[in-house]
Design a protein around this ligand. Structure first.
Ligand code: ZN
Length: 388
């Protein structure tokens, strides 16, 4: 890989802070920006002049107050920024192009063999991004956001581990920067999803818990529109909460973890046990298949579906009582679960949380599309490279 893409200039802290105010507060005058930031009018004018010259902000006259000068407000130009997104999952990579308004223009996804080395997957992702950028004649690229299926280091440059992919301590940001010459910000995939929903999909809310169930159970939290990081790299290990005493052995070495009951592999195994004879369902249909079996009169299927919803509601109620999000989004195999399962999960979660929280809590299915995945990855790059 030799093609190094040309990157946009790096934003100064003052520029980022003004761009963030304009994103969150809408069109604002220079005086308004000066009042909000505490920066002098001279400094604001200088910074704004730079942003206008780069096309990142436009001026518009919104009316004349009395005999004074016309009021001029500044509006961000979202399309003046190009940001790339990459989501690496268990055997799939989704790449795409977005802008500063969280719009996603092109996406492309491809599969790879689980067990392939990280290096080879970085090569594929870099090549796909180069192709997308070559075909895109938009604004300069500010950088790349990468969502990863495992915990990252505090600097958000390395994937610590992905048991499913067999990767350990992968310097993913260095690898992609070396290949593409653009700044890279990496983060845990479900945290990028929570952030993007708080910033874009549900920005009326701000406090979002994103529960993502696939090969395991991932949790991402956004508080007041900011991604929540805990200690030790900030990962949630909700999936490794014990829900069955002496249950199945989990990949973590413990027994009876939430993962062993509700993950996609656990549902597939249960379908086999329950005598499902149909062709293996796609990822989008595993829970629908379970629900069909339960509806067809299989008592064991009814019991498993009941346990499935109960243990998830139990785990989710802990998350809600702890973080009090306004919105819980259900992603992965839950994003396409049949409405009956979602309704039960919503009701049983409400049953288990503190009464004061019950009326306001929303539990909804997340957008399962590729654009949402790419948007999530771009959001983490925008947050670090463009906004404050
Ligand atoms: Zn476990």
């Amino acid at each position: 890989m030799s093609l190094v893409l040309q990157s946009a200039p790096q934003r100064s802290p003052h520029e980022r802070s003004l761009l963030t105010i304009l994103r969150d507060g809408g069109p604002t005058s220079r005086t308004g920006l000066s009042e909000i930031t505490g920066l002098s009018p001279t400094t604001i004018s200088k910074v704004v002049a730079g942003l206008v010259a780069e096309g990142l902000v436009t001026e518009s006259v919104v009316g004349v107050k009395g005999v004074g000068r016309p009021a001029v407000t500044l509006t961000p130009v979202d399309s003046a920024v190009t940001v790339l997104g990459v989501q690496i999952g268990a055997g799939t990579v989704t790449v795409g192009i977005g802008d500063a308004g969280y719009a996603v223009r092109h996406t492309e996804s491809f599969t790879f063999d689980v067990g392939a080395p990280a290096d080879a997957v970085c090569d594929l992702a870099a090549r796909a991004l180069e192709k997308l950028v070559a075909a895109h004649d938009g604004a300069p690229v500010i950088g790349i956001g990468v969502g990863l299926p495992g915990p990252v280091d505090r600097d958000r440059r390395r994937l610590k581990i992905s048991v499913r992919l067999g990767w350990r301590d992968v310097p993913i940001a260095d690898e992609l920067e070396r290949r593409l010459g653009l700044p890279v910000v990496a983060d845990h995939n479900v945290r990028t999803m929570a952030l993007a929903e708080a910033r874009h999909g549900h920005k009326d809310v701000g406090d979002v818990a994103y529960l993502y169930v696939r090969t395991g159970v991932g949790l991402g939290i956004a508080v007041r529109g900011q991604a929540f990081y805990g200690g030790s790299g900030g990962e949630s290990y909700l999936g490794h909460t014990r829900v069955v005493e002496d249950g199945e052995l989990c990949s973590c070495g413990s027994r009876g973890c939430l993962d062993t009951v509700v993950s996609e592999p656990a549902v597939r195994e249960a379908l086999g046990r329950l005598g499902d004879t149909g062709a293996a369902p796609g990822r989008e249909e595993v829970l629908a298949r379970l629900h069909d079996l339960a509806r067809s009169g299989s008592r064991d299927a009814v019991a498993y579906e009941d346990t499935y919803v109960n243990v998830l509601a139990g785990a989710l109620s802990g998350v809600v009582n702890l973080f009090t999000p306004d919105l819980v989004l259900l992603g992965g195999i839950l994003a396409t679960a049949p409405p009956q399962i979602v309704t039960s999960l919503r009701e049983r979660t409400r049953d288990r949380i503190f009464p004061l929280l019950r009326d306001d809590l929303r539990v909804e299915q997340a957008d399962p599309g590729d654009a949402a995945l790419v948007r999530a990855a771009t959001a983490t790059a925008l947050e670090t490279l463009h906004f404050a």
